[in-house]
Design a binder for this molecule. Structure first.
Ligand code: SF4
Length: 170
C-alpha cells in the first residue's frame, strides 16, 4: 500500500537530484550515444520492429541503466506512451510497439537487436560504452546507481507526472 502524495524512493535521493545536474552532462552523454550509434550502424544489424526489446516480462529480460541515463531519458524523452507498470513494459513503447524516446534512450536499448548474426556484439558494445560512461560519471562526480529501469522510474516518475497504473484507485 502506498500513501497518497508520498511517492516512495528506491534508489535514494541521488537518483532524483541527478536531474538537476543534466546540463552538466547532457552533451557528453549524447556524444557517447552518437559514437555507439555509429558503431552499431557499421555492423548493420537487422531490426524486425518486433518491440520485444521493450516488453521485459514477456521476453524475460531486464533493462539496466545508470542514474544519468535515467535522468536524461525521463527529462528529455517527452510524454510517456503508457502508464508506469510493475516492470512488464517500458512506458515509452507506444501501442504499435515503437519507441517514443529514441533520442533519449539509454545504452541498454541502443545495443538490443533481435538479429541472430549480431548477438555477440551486444555485450562487447555494452561493456565498451558503459566504460566510457563510467569515466564521465567519475569525472563529474555523478551517482552511478546502475539498476533496472523501473527502479529509476519509481523515483523519477512522480516528479514528471508519468501516470502510475499500479497505484490507480479508480
Ligand atoms: S526507451 Fe524506447 S527502446 Fe528503450 S525500452 Fe523504452 S520504448 Fe524500448
Amino acid at each position: 500500500m502506498t500513501t497518497t502524495g508520498q511517492p516512495r524512493t528506491i534508489l535514494g535521493p541521488d537518483s532524483v537530484s541527478v536531474i538537476s545536474q543534466l546540463d552538466r552532462f547532457r552533451d557528453a552523454l549524447h556524444a557517447i550515444y552518437v559514437d555507439l550509434e555509429n558503431e552499431i550502424a557499421a555492423l548493420a544489424p537487422r531490426c524486425d520492429l518486433s518491440g520485444r526489446c521493450c516488453r521485459f516480462l514477456e521476453y524475460d529480460h531486464t533493462l539496466f541503466l545508470s542514474a544519468p541515463e535515467a535522468a536524461l531519458l525521463v527529462n528529455d524523452a517527452g510524454p510517456a506512451a503508457r502508464p508506469l507498470d510493475d516492470g512488464a513494459t517500458c512506458p515509452w513503447q507506444d501501442h504499435q510497439g515503437l519507441c517514443q524516446a529514441r533520442h533519449a534512450r539509454p545504452i541498454g536499448c541502443r545495443v538490443y537487436f533481435c538479429d541472430p548474426a549480431y548477438q555477440g556484439h551486444a555485450p562487447l558494445l555494452t561493456e565498451k560504452y558503459l566504460g566510457r560512461l563510467k569515466v564521465l560519471v567519475a569525472a563529474l562526480d555523478l551517482p552511478w546507481l546502475y539498476a533496472p529501469l523501473h527502479n529509476h522510474l519509481r523515483d523519477l516518475a512522480p516528479i514528471l507526472s508519468i501516470p502510475d497504473a499500479t497505484t490507480s484507485t479508480k
